[in-house]
Design a protein. Sequence first.
Length: 109
Amino acid sequence: MRRLEHSRNLRGPSWCRRRLRADAYRRIWGLGIDPRDRDELRASAAAAGLEADAVMAFVDSKEGKRAYREARSKAYARGVFGAPLMFVDDQIFWGNDWLDFLEEHVRTN
């Protein structure tokens, strides 16, 4: 599931891709599933309204792997040092225990 940040390269409406990322984060950080579990990735794709076979094909493709390497390099350059880590503008929110602060920040800014 590590390549889900590249779901913008998947075909489908942007709201489906956002739902895919949100559902994957929920499963990994909320439910504690193994992020390498391909059945969980397929379930996230289905929950998001995307074709699971297409998602898996992208994850396994050269394009998907290239996109993952590029995003990982950009993340390192930006200072990403763990997961979950979210940026809002220049503000960094790292770790599950900071999600409430992230929500408050988004709500008040």
